[in-house]
Design a binder for this molecule. Structure first.
Ligand code: ATP
Ligand code: MG
Length: 440
C-alpha cells in the first residue's frame, strides 16, 4: 500500500479533462456533495474515457459520504445493493451512480473473504480514497477527478499507463485475476474498446487462469458476454477471446464446432454475424443479442440434429431436440434469459420454412413476427455456403414485390421449374446443407 507521498496530483493545467465534457447531472451531483461538506470525485471508466476525448457511457461518482448521508442530500436518490450499498441518483433517464469509498485493501485481508481459488467473496467495508483505489482493476480505471480543484488524483501510475495505452492490473496480476476472474474478460473488452495493449504480466496470466471463469455465476457471465459482443467491436473481441483461451469457457460448444470446421464454414458464419453486428452498431442501428447467440450456437445445433437424424428422428423433431439440448448445455456457462432462448429457437425453427415457395406458405412466413431476424439469418447462411443464395435472393425479391407479383411468384408451375434447376445445383459442400434451407 503506498503512502500519500506516492500520490500524483495532476492539476487542471496538466490534463485535458474539461467540465464541458462532463454531463450536467454528474456535475450537479459532484457540486452538491461538495457543498454538503464531502469529498466528491468522478472515477473509473468515465475519467479514462474523458482523457481519451471520448464520451463516457455513464458517470460514476465516489465520495466519503455514506449511503444514508447521500440519500439525505438527494431527493431523487435510491439505494441499491444489499452487501455494498450504492446510491443511484436519477435525472430522468440518466442515472448517476454514487459509491462510498470502499475499504478492504491488502492490509485488511483478515476482513476479506477469499474462497479456495482466491476469489473475493465479500468486500463491503467503507474506507478512504486511498483504500478505494486498490479494489479497482486496472490502473487506468483508478483515476479520480476531483471536483474541488479539477485535478486528477493518481495513486497507481494510471496516468502514465493511460498515455502509454497500457492496461495494467493494480497489484499482482495472478492474485487480482483469482480474486475476480471476470477481470480477464474486462481486460479483453477494454483492450479492444480503447485500443490499449495488455501489460505482458497481465497477458501471461490469462491463459493460465482462464478456466477459473467457469466458477463464475452464469448470469454474470451472460451480462459480460453481452457487453463483449454488443460493444461494436465484436469480431476483434471474438478473436482476442479465442487467442487467450477465454472464448471456450464462455461458449464451449461453439469452440468445439470451430475446431472441427469443414471448409471454414462455421467460422465464416460466425465471423459474418459478428461483422454485421459491428457494422450495424457503427451505423447507429440496433443489434439483438439473440441473433448473435443464434449464430454462435447454430453449428452445434446442426451437429446435434444430424446425430438425431442418424438415430432415425424426422428432421423437424431432430432440430427441436437438438436446439433444446444445445441451449440447456450452454446455460451452464452463460445464462440465457428465457425470452432470448425462445427467440433463438424461433430463428432456428424458421430456417427450413424458407424452402417453401408455393401457395400460402411464403406469405405466412412473411407475416411471422420473427420473420425479419430469421430472414437475415438465412441470408447469413446463404452468404457463407450454408443455404442456397438463389433462394435467399428469391426471398429478397418476394418481400419487395407487390401483392399481385407475390401471387405470381408463388404459383405451382414456377416451383416445378425451379425445383428442377435447384436439384442439380450443389451450392454447399458442408454435409449438413440438406437439413435446412435447401429445397427438397
Ligand atoms: P465501461 O462502463 O466503459 O464499460 P468502466 O471502467 O466504467 O467501463 P464499470 O463496470 O462501469 O466499468 O465499473 C466502474 C469502475 O469500477 C471501473 O472503472 C473499475 O474501477 C471498477 N470495477 C468495476 N468492475 C470491477 C472489477 N470486477 N474488479 C475491480 N474493479 C472493478
Ligand atoms: Mg462505467
Amino acid at each position: 500500500m503506498p503512502s500519500a507521498a506516492e500520490v500524483k496530483i495532476y492539476p487542471r493545467s496538466a490534463h485535458t479533462i474539461s467540465r464541458t465534457q462532463i454531463s450536467e447531472n454528474a456535475l450537479k451531483v459532484l457540486y452538491r456533495l461538495q457543498k454538503s461538506g464531502f469529498d466528491a470525485y468522478l472515477v473509473g471508466g468515465c475519467v479514462r474515457d474523458l482523457l481519451l476525448g471520448r464520451e463516457p457511457k455513464d458517470f460514476d461518482v465516489a465520495t466519503n459520504a455514506d449511503p444514508e448521508q447521500i440519500r439525505k442530500i438527494f431527493r431523487n436518490c435510491r439505494l441499491i445493493g444489499r452487501r455494498f450499498r450504492l446510491a443511484h441518483v436519477h435525472f430522468g433517464r440518466e442515472v448517476i451512480e454514487v459509491a462510498t469509498f470502499r475499504g478492504g485493501g491488502e492490509e485488511q485481508n483478515d476482513r476479506q473473504m477469499l474462497n479456495k481459488e482466491g476469489r473475493l467473496l465479500r468486500d463491503n467495508v467503507y474506507g478512504t480514497i486511498e483504500e478505494d483505489v486498490w479494489r479497482r482493476d486496472f490502473t487506468v480505471n483508478a483515476l479520480y477527478y476531483n471536483i474541488r480543484d479539477f485535478s486528477v488524483v493518481d495513486y497507481t501510475g494510471g496516468m502514465e499507463d493511460h498515455r502509454a495505452g497500457m492496461l495494467r492490473l493494480i497489484g499482482d496480476p495472478e492474485t487480482r485475476f483469482r480474486e475476480d476472474p471476470v477481470r480477464m474478460l474486462r481486460a479483453v473488452r477494454f483492450a479492444v474498446k480503447l485500443g490499449f495493449k495488455l501489460h505482458p504480466d497481465c497477458e501471461k496470466s490469462i491463459p493460465e487462469l482462464a478456466e477459473l471463469l467457469s466458477n463464475i455465476p452464469s448470469a454474470r457471465l451472460y451480462d459480460e458476454a453481452l457487453k463483449l459482443f454488443l460493444s461494436g467491436y465484436a469480431l476483434q473481441t471474438f478473436e482476442m477471446l479465442r487467442h487467450y483461451g477465454l472464448f471456450k469457457v464462455l461458449f464451449p460448444a461453439t469452440e468445439s464446432s470451430l475446431a472441427i470446421e469443414e471448409n471454414g464454414f462455421p467460422k465464416l458464419l460466425l465471423i459474418k454475424a459478428l461483422e454485421n453486428s459491428d457494422n450495424r452498431i457503427a451505423e447507429g442501428k440496433t443489434v439483438t443479442a439473440y441473433f448473435l447467440l443464434a449464430a454462435f450456437l447454430w453449428e452445434p445445433v446442426q451437429v446435434e440434429a444430424k446425430e438425431n437424424m442418424i438415430q432415425g428422428m424426422v428432421e423437424y423433431i431432430a432440430y427441436q431436440e437438438a436446439a433444446g439440448k444445445v441451449i440447456s448445455r450452454q446455460i451452464k456457462s452463460t445464462a440465457l434469459p428465457r425470452h432470448i432462448s425462445m427467440a433463438m429457437r424461433e430463428v432456428w425453427n424458421l430456417q427450413p420454412r424458407f424452402a417453401a415457395r408455393i401457395g400460402s406458405k411464403p406469405n405466412r412466413l412473411l407475416k411471422h413476427p420473427r420473420f425479419r431476424a430469421a430472414y437475415d439469418f438465412f441470408v447469413l447462411r446463404a452468404e457463407t455456403g450454408g443455404a442456397d443464395p438463389e433462394l435467399a435472393d428469391w426471398w429478397r425479391r418476394y418481400q419487395d414485390a407487390s401483392e399481385a407479383e407475390q401471387r405470381k411468384m408463388t404459383q405451382p408451375s414456377r416451383r416445378l421449374q425451379h425445383g428442377k434447376s435447384c436439384r442439380k445445383k450443389n451450392f454447399r459442400k458442408n454435409p449438413s446443407s440438406n437439413a435446412t434451407g435447401n429445397e427438397s
